[in-house]
Every structure is written in C-alpha cells, then in structure tokens.
Ligand binder design. Structure first.
Ligand code: ATP
Ligand code: MG
Length: 577
C-alpha cells in the first residue's frame, strides 16, 4: 500500500480524554477515531490489524472444530426474557423499541440467541458435539466506557458456543477452546495467563480468563498467582491462607461500650484502643461496610486487617448494581456519621459476614453512635447475620492456598474468557435433544469470548516505546514500511518502488511512504505507527547500492544491498515475535 493512497491521519497530540498510552498511540498514529463515548471508528490501519487478528482467531477456531456463523446484533426482548437475563442484565444492556413499540435488545453477548436457534432444531445426540462461533459487533452500555477500545460501548468480539450431550464431552469441548486460545494469543505475540475466574452474571460451573500482564496502569483486572506453584486466579476468585490466625478467646466477655472520639479508621481505632486497653489487634476489629444494593442497604462484616472483594460479596447479595453506600445512606442506616457503623442493633438490614469473622469472639465494632465503639460483641448473642461466605480479597504477599509460595498480584488486561455453562441456559430456555436412548435431555453448553478490538490494544499497551507502537509481526497492519527519505529524487523513488514491488509480490505486507514530506516527519510517523521492520532509503547509502534495514524494536541498523533486501527482510521477520 502506498501511503498517499490510504488514510493515515497521524497527530502530534493525543486527545485530552485518553489516559492509557495505548489509547493515545492508537489515536495519534491514525488507527482510530472517537465518535462518542465508547464508540470508535476503525481507520484503514486499524481495519487491517482487526482483520489480521480475526484471521488468526478464525484459523484456530476452525482447527479446533468450530464452525463460523453470523448472528444478528438485534434481538427481540422475548429471547432474553426466556433465560431471565432481561431482568438481571441491568443497565449494561442496550435496549430500544421498534416503530410498533416492541422491545428489542442490542446483544452484548449471544447465549440467548444461539440457544433459541438450536432449541427445537438441533434434536439428536448424533449432531453433537457442535461448536459455532462468530466475529461480530457487540453493544454494552458500560458504566464507564474508557481506555479507547479496551472498554467500548460498541466493540467486536469473537464468541463461540459449544453444545454437548454429556459432561465428559462438555469438558473436552472446553479444553479444545482453552488450547485454541493459548495458540491464538501466542500467534498474536502475546503471553497470556489463564486464570480461574468468577462465573458472575453468566452463571455456570467454572470459568477462566485469559489475561495479558502489563506493567502499566492499563490493567483493569487484578490477578494473583503464586510465585512458586501454578496456582493462578483472578482476584475476584483468589483465595489464600491466613498467615496470622488470631488467638481466639475461650470465654465470651460482657459487651462494653467505649468512647472513641474522632477515631474512625481501623488504624486509628486500633491505636486508640491499644493505648487504652492494650491487647487489641486489628484482627479482632471487625469492619462494618455498608453497601447500596439496588437502592437498599446491605452490610458486610470483615476482619479489620482485610479488604472486601466486591464480586465475592455480590455472590451472596445478588444485586444488579452494588456500590459503597453514600454518607446519607450510612447515616440513615446507623444514625451515626461514617466510621461508627456496627452490626449490633442494626434492624431489618441483611448482614453478610466473612467466614473469618464467624470464628472470632469478643470483637470490636462500631456502636452506631458518634464517637463510640463496642468491645466484646459476639455473634448470636449481640447480633445475627443473614449469611456468611468468603468475601475478602487476596493481596500481594499473601500465602498461596496450595503451597508455601507467596501470591503476586499483577495488573492485566482480560483479552478472552471461557465459561463452562453446564445446562443453565438450555434448561431455562428449553433447549433439549434426544439421547441414544430416545430420552430428552438439556444440552451442556460452553461459551467462549475473545475481544477482537480489545486484544490489539492490549498488544499496544504491552509493546510500545516513547516514539510509538511496536507491533508483533502477525497483527501489524503492515510487516514492513519503506521510507525513501526523499521520494522526489529519481534514484530513491526508483529503488523504493522496486523494493516495494518485490516485497509485495512475495506476499509481504508492505507500506511505502511515498509522501513528499520531510524525512524527519516520515521517520517519526514510521516509529509512531509501528510496523515491525523498516527499510530506509537515503541518497548516501544508495550511492553504494545499500539501503538501511531496521527492526522497530531495536536500534541496530543494517546496511543491505538492494539486491539482497528481500532475503534480509524475510530473515529479520523470522527472528521477530
Ligand atoms: P470485563 O470483565 O472486562 O467487563 P466481561 O467479563 O464482561 O469483560 P465477556 O462478556 O466475557 O467479558 O466478553 C468476552 C471478551 O470481550 C472479553 O474477554 C473482552 O476481551 C471483550 N470485552 C468485553 N467487554 C468489552 C468492552 N466493553 N469493550 C471491548 N471489549 C470488551
Ligand atoms: Mg463486562
């Protein structure tokens, strides 16, 4: 492709709203433009990246035995009502009405649509297993669309759905997708980590996420993995061993109210009480967190030295939207300012306790009164709870649940995920087949997503430098860019044109910067757009029959004879990721 023939609107400055380097670079390098919040246009370079990545995905899905289809972006609300997710999807679901006033959904995922396709049509065990996938646009009214293509309201996803007759075959289908995912991300130049994840609103039996670890602030996912064994999990799911189990009193003591003027944080309370009563440790202090669950208050109790994990917590609460209560709600619930909440005396509010709290005796909690705490509160005697479970977050340095190793917590970008759904959707939507005994059974389903637009941005976040993007070769828009420093000079132009023709004929995707611009502008743009290999043609070296060959990820420059450039480019591409 000739630069002057395509459209690569590079910019000097990044848009003000771009926080992530990958977002800034994709805009500055002329890959994407924002139409509205979370809605992007893919310009020619991005289109090529998307096509290259999609092709990798397609090849690996096909090789794993999946078949490609295309489902509609639009679905009647009834399809979603059948599974019950029309009610639970919350405000993330994009909805609209047609001219007759009927309700529609712009699909954010396609479990419902595909299940309604197979229900009543895929009838016999002989047609199983079956795995169908598509690469298609999804719509989600994300609370915080941000980071460019990372979290859009419209984005492209590959989604696959497997149908199996029994659980063994279901596991096999799942494993095939997992294997394919590792191959896909590897071919795209990305090291991915597969971690156990929460099944969340999707439901089902087990789920995994594929995460690209990044050092920058781009990661929205926290994952924790052991520095010693293979244990890895999404932070929403991660567990750990208690390193400092608290000494538990044998006797319950009398409830005692103490004045704690102006001490609200756990550290302040511990310090204050220590000074006054000595034997107080943070583990005996229990934090009472008040949350707003779809407009109603709920309470979480966790040990003072722990952090709440909201996803784990919501697995008990089952709210569509769960957020920390504001000051007004806290005051209404406790009758006290923030910092003095406690479970004793709270009426008609669901209280969820972390498992660790159940084991404690004589705990210290807020007394729902300004500047007051209780000492020696005890479960059942002084307060009751609605339910308990594991609701705390694992942190860096915690003990691995399986070995003596320590957990490392890193940020990563979720690029794909896999869900073993079991019979959840097939049962709720009545999708059944006849087994080999002629008995009607629900399908075992799996669902598997990959972010087709998010993954390339994750690659940019992972691979860039101060000058621009450094694409992995298999998803780069062009593998090679030729930069004649002055395209108006005959010898330079002729050499550039002939190398361009030769590489293109050999099937190497090549971009020729045939603009009349200054050399500096062209070289800066080449670094910015990030093709993995650059051929620079300058008058001086060309006099000796040479051009300069350089990999984008290195500062080494090789002088190569024009007649040998094709071989040299091939050899260089071989060595690149
Ligand atoms: P997240 O936790 O990031 O919201 P998710 O669990 O909602 O992701 P899925 O519904 O499983 O994601 O979607 C499959 C894949 O689609 C994700 O792994 C991700 O790569 C991509 N994806 C999800 N939401 C978005 C979005 N808003 N913008 C771009 N890509 C997305
Ligand atoms: Mg999501």
């Amino acid at each position: 492709m000739r630069w002057t023939q395509t459209y690569i609107p590079t910019l000097r400055d990044a848009p003000a709203e771009a926080e992530l380097i990958s977002h800034k670079l994709l805009v500055r390098a002329g890959y994407i433009r924002r139409l509205a919040s979370g809605i992007y246009l893919y310009l020619p370079l991005m289109q090529r990246v998307i096509q290259k990545f999609s092709q990798i995905v397609r090849e690996e899905m096909d090789a794993a035995g999946a078949v490609e289809i295309t489902m509609s972006a639009l679905a009647p609300a009834e399809v979603w009502q059948k599974s019950g997710r029309y009610e639970t999807a919350g405000r993330e679901q994009m909805r609209l009405k047609d001219r007759h006033g009927r309700d529609y959904v712009l699909n954010g995922t396609h479990e419902e649509v595909i299940t309604s396709l197979v229900a009543g049509e895929l009838k016999s065990y002989k047609q199983l297993p079956l795995n169908m996938y598509q690469i298609q646009i999804k719509f989600r009214d994300e609370i915080r669309p941000r980071f460019g293509l990372m979290r859009g309201r419209e984005f492209i996803m590959k989604d696959a759905y497997s149908f199996d007759a029994d659980v063994e075959s279901h596991r096999l289908s799942y494993q095939k997708m997992v294997d394919a995912y590792f191959k896909i991300f590897k071919r795209a130049g990305l090291d991915s980590r597969m971690v156990e994840s929460d099944t969340g609103a999707m439901g089902g039996e087990s789920a995994h996420e594929f995460i690209v670890i990044v050092d920058t602030s781009a990661g929205e996912e926290y994952l924790s993995f052991c520095d010693t064994c293979e244990c890895a999990a999404n932070r929403e799911k991660a567990t750990f061993r208690d390193e400092n189990p608290p000494t538990i009193d044998t006797e319950t003591k009398d409830l005692e109210k103490v004045t704690t003027p102006n001490v609200t944080s756990i550290e302040q309370v511990t310090k204050f009480l220590k000074a006054k009563f000595l034997k107080v440790d943070a583990q005996r202090l229990v934090k009472t967190l008040i949350y707003n669950a779809d407009g109603k208050p709920v309470v979480a109790l966790i040990r003072g030295d722990r952090e709440l994990n909201e996803t784990k917590f919501n697995n008990l609460v089952h709210a569509v939207e769960l957020e920390l209560a504001d000051e007004e709600m806290v005051r209404k619930v406790t009758g006290a300012p923030v910092g003095f909440a406690g479970p004793v005396g709270l009426k008609d509010i669901p209280i969820y306790a972390d498992n660790e709290v159940l084991a404690l005796k004589n705990i210290i909690v807020g007394a729902n009164e300004n500047d007051t705490h209780y000492l020696n509160a005890n479960l059942d005697r002084d307060f009751t709870i609605t339910e308990s479970g594991d609701i705390i977050a694992a942190s860096e340095g915690d003990l691995c649940p399986k070995c003596e190793g320590r957990l490392m917590c890193k940020k990563g970008i979720e690029v794909g995920n896999t869900f073993m759904l079991g019979t959840k959707y097939s049962e709720s939507m009545g999708a059944k087949f006849l087994d080999n005994n002629g008995k009607e059974k629900p399908f075992f389903m799996g669902s598997y997503g990959i972010g087709i637009t998010r993954t390339p941005q994750a690659a940019v976040e992972r691979y860039h430098d101060d000058s621009g993007i450094i694409w992995p070769k298999n998803i780069a828009p062009y593998q090679v860019e030729i930069v004649p420093l002055n395209y108006k000079q005959d010898p330079l132009r002729e050499a550039a044109d002939s190398i361009y023709a030769e590489l293109t004929a050999a099937g190497i995707d090549t971009l020729l910067d045939d603009r009349a611009d200054r050399a500096g502008v062209k070289l800066n743009d080449a670094d910015l757009i990030g093709c993995p290999v650059r051929i620079t043609i300058g008058a001086k070296s060309l006099d000796a029959g040479n051009v300069e060959l350089k990999a984008r990820n290195s500062s080494d420059v090789q002088l190569v004879q024009v007649s040998e450039i094709h071989e040299a480019v091939k050899a260089m591409l071989e060595t690149l990721k």
